[in-house]
Write a new protein. Structure first.
Length: 321
């Protein structure tokens, strides 16, 4: 029998994203702690090479709109997942849950207007991730919708009749500093959302059917940055204690600093992951909000996103707005 997994010590000077969690989500009208500086939007299709090295600020706010795990009182929890991503320039909704009425209710209770959404990214075709899309579009908005090309033709046609559809197979930069991993898996094709932040890469998974470790490794190859946070469904509902220990070790080996498991991760796996990652794990539910930004005064030995990093993906397609 293998030795029980014991996570390595976390250096005291390494900042935790969850050191000062907020009891309530950040609203769109809140003033950020650090004012983001505008950056120039690159044009064309960048190829492998150094990422920009000029000083930039990329605070990112993630708010869980839909999840089967409750968190904030007054919101409706239901099986499925949706996460709203706010950057200095864009608002992207990742997945839409399965019930459009619940999606819209939670958005409203959290103070978000669907008209704020610039883009919707869908991870995979399961109803608990795409079911709320048409109710969202019924609000009269026309966000760009990004899906794996393997989605059924009828589903893609129903979107194309209402708004712009982008189908992808390979990794792509869909907005400035926001990527998708490209299609992964065979039986269930899935893509993850990848965001560059002040302190590293953020990976958002819908269910991680191809494997949360595999999707995280792909995300790291796409951006060439260290992984600051992996958040979303990890699909570990039937995992054993040994399985979870192995996955936690693999995420550590990839350099993952923080995790935020929700949705289909499973109660046992969430508890075990919290033990492995300690204060660098938060158990998310509907209404959870995380602001990822560079601490103002905390020293750290890890490289930030402003340090030179080279993407190990040979060519990243950029989607023009």
């Amino acid at each position: 029998m293998s030795e029980p997994y014991s996570p390595p010590d976390t250096p005291s000077h390494t900042p935790s994203l969850f050191a000062n969690p907020s009891p309530s989500p950040l609203r769109p009208t809140d003033t950020p702690a650090c004012t983001p500086k505008p950056t120039q939007v690159p044009t064309g299709i960048p190829t492998a090479g150094p990422r920009p090295t000029q000083p930039i600020s990329r605070p990112v706010t993630l708010t869980v709109i839909y999840d089967n795990n409750p968190y904030l009182p007054g919101l409706r929890s239901d099986w499925g997942f949706s996460c709203l991503v706010e950057t200095a320039h864009d608002t992207v909704l990742f997945d839409t849950g399965q019930d459009g009425a619940i999606l819209l209710y939670n958005l409203g209770e959290l103070g978000f207007d669907p008209a704020q959404i610039d883009m919707v990214v869908l991870s995979h075709i399961h109803g608990d991730h795409v079911g709320g899309l048409h109710a969202l579009l019924d609000q009269g908005i026309e966000p760009i919708v990004v899906v794996p090309a393997a989605f059924p033709a009828s589903f893609k046609r129903s979107i194309r009749e209402r708004t712009r559809l982008v189908e992808l197979t390979e990794p792509a930069e869909i907005r400035e500093g926001i990527f998708v991993t490209g299609a992964m898996g065979s039986t269930i094709v899935e893509q993850a959302l990848v965001i560059e932040s002040d302190i590293g890469t953020i990976v958002i998974t819908g269910c991680a059917h191809p494997g949360v470790v595999e999707m995280t490794a792909r995300a790291k190859a796409v951006t060439g940055q260290e992984i600051a946070l992996v958040i979303g469904g990890f699909h570990l509902g039937s995992a054993t204690q040994e399985d979870v220990a192995r996955i936690a070790m693999a995420l550590r080996d990839l350099g993952v600093e923080c995790i935020a498991p929700g949705h289909c991760t499973g109660d046992l796996a969430r508890r075990l992951l919290a033990q492995h990652f300690g204060e660098n794990c938060t158990l998310i539910g509907v209404g959870s909000s995380i602001c990822v930004a560079r601490p103002k005064t905390i020293g750290s030995s890890r490289k930030s996103s402003t340090d030179q990093a080279t993407s190990r993906w040979p060519a990243i397609q950029r989607i023009q707005a």
